[in-house]
Ligand binder design. Structure first.
Ligand code: ZN
Length: 470
């Protein structure tokens, strides 16, 4: 605060004061701050890409938890028999039995990173220009380190919550995995992680605009991922004798109809809350439209105007888009077959059957078949409950006063779909603050602000403790 007075006096001379003037946010006690950073470094430097698996990291976490004083029975390492390299570790703090446990979830695996593509070694933690760099810096070795630090700190403090707190550090969240930890645990060892509520530190979190805290997002839901293959065939023949029946033209004509089609406007409790809150926060030219789509039923003309923006479009509709195409077998022959992949992201509450029937109607061609590639993991919305959001808001307010908490629906997906699909209300609420537009997760030079990381360690501790209260 004293910097603020100083800066007001000299702000004309020192523009940097606008940074100094931001009120300091709470950091963990010095020993916990140091431990958080030590764990972060250790975890980033254990390679957990698909090729390496997550077992080494899970074993390292198991060791820390046992050294912190957890009983051996309360720290369980477990890997599927056919994937011993895809280990998970689960820790439990016993509560007073007032209600079902709360599960905290974080994934250990990271996306591949090549040294040549990065300006620093992705598998070493590098501190530079106020940032920590490394693969997993923000997805999500930061969240894992903060979770582990929290469970160690709570053990040291002898904390006894009203209800059990479970920390699960799991394998294979990223695309291409073959041993997803939460799916394996829910299917084969449900008692280990069964809970009345799941909190993930992977998705959502804080949005900064030029350093200003504009929103703290809490994801209650995500869109469901569905992939279809369209296929059509024709008789084929010599390329010198074209016929009216051509698989490529037929398929392309069908794709054109899908391109022109827009799924009906759909809103959920979450997206209505998002639009209502955004209208209040950013009273710009679109706020009236945002308010109109937040009403029930939504104003379709307002939805149409907002849908010109790709982000709002994705919040208001199930979407389907062509992503791959192939056809024909020789440059001088008529095609006998053509195929396209259609990737859909379904709104919570929509159904796969409805999406497929809609596509069939829009294609309007019985000669194009439509096949579902894999059963979708349906992901219902978790309620925007007053009690839960009240708790989160109190913690966020204690950390970052004035930061607005905004319920949100993710357009991508994470592990919350596994627990939501298993009937456990699930929320993503990472304590990571990022500049809007800067998302280096999965990409090159992934990083997190040093200050933001330290604050995240304290935030995670406060959230876990708050959730333990009934
Ligand atoms: Zn992630």
């Amino acid at each position: 605060m004293k910097y603020r007075l100083f800066c007001m006096a000299v702000s004309a001379l020192l523009p940097i004061c606008s940074v100094w003037a931001a009120p300091a946010s709470p950091l963990p006690p010095a020993a916990d701050q140091a431990l958080g950073r030590t764990l972060y470094k250790e975890l980033i430097e254990i390679n957990t890409t698909h090729a390496h698996g997550s077992t080494d990291a899970a074993r390292a976490i198991e060791k820390h938890l046992l050294e912190a004083g957890y009983a051996a029975a309360d720290v369980v390492f477990i890997a599927p028999d056919d994937h011993p390299d895809k280990g998970n570790v689960i820790v439990r703090i016993h509560g007073k039995g007032k209600g079902k446990p709360v599960l905290f979830l974080g994934h250990l695996d990271v996306v591949e990173a090549k040294r040549d593509d990065w300006s620093v070694d992705p598998f070493k933690l590098t501190e530079k220009d106020g940032y920590f760099y490394g693969r997993g810096a923000m997805d999500m070795k930061d969240g894992i380190a903060a979770m582990l630090e929290t469970f160690i700190r709570l053990r040291r403090e002898g904390f006894v919550p009203d209800r059990d707190l479970i920390g699960a550090f799991t394998a294979d969240e990223e695309a291409g995995g073959n041993a997803n930890g939460p799916a394996f645990l829910l299917k084969e060892h449900r008692a280990l992680i069964d809970a009345g509520l799941m909190v993930s530190f992977d998705g959502a979190g804080g949005d900064l605009k030029n350093g200003k805290r504009v929103a703290f997002r809490v994801a209650t839901s995500e869109k469901t991922y569905i992939t279809y293959t369209l296929e059509t065939t024709s008789a084929g023949g010599h390329g010198s004798l074209p016929t009216p029946d051509n698989a490529i033209y037929r398929l392309v004509a069908g794709l054109g109809r899908i391109e022109a089609y827009r799924f009906p406007v759909m809103t959920t409790g979450t997206t209505r809350a998002t639009f209502a809150k955004m209208a209040d926060l950013d009273p710009g030219p679109q706020s009236a439209d945002m308010r109109s789509v937040a009403a029930e039923p939504p104003d379709l003309a307002a939805a149409e105007r907002l849908s010109q923006n790709v982000y709002f479009n994705a919040q208001l509709h199930t979407t389907c888009v062509a992503t791959l195409i192939s056809g024909g077998h020789a440059e001088n022959a008529l095609p006998q077959r053509a195929q396209a992949t259609i990737q859909c992201r379904m709104m919570p509450g929509d159904t796969e059957q409805h999406v497929r029937e809609t596509l069939t109607t829009v294609l309007n061609d019985p000669h194009i078949t439509i096949k579902l590639d894999a059963p979708p993991i349906v992901s219902p919305e978790s309620p925007v409950s007053k009690e839960f959001f009240g708790k989160v808001t109190r913690v966020v307010e204690s950390m970052w006063p004035g930061a607005p908490v905004v319920p949100s629906m993710a357009t991508g997906f994470g592990d919350s779909r596994q627990t939501r699909n298993a009937g456990i209300p699930s929320y993503d609420l990472s304590g990571r603050w990022m500049e809007l537009g800067e998302n280096r997760a999965h990409g090159r030079d992934e990083r997190v602000g040093v200050q933001s990381f330290d604050e995240n360690v304290e935030y995670t501790y406060r959230i876990v403790k708050a959730m333990g209260a009934k």
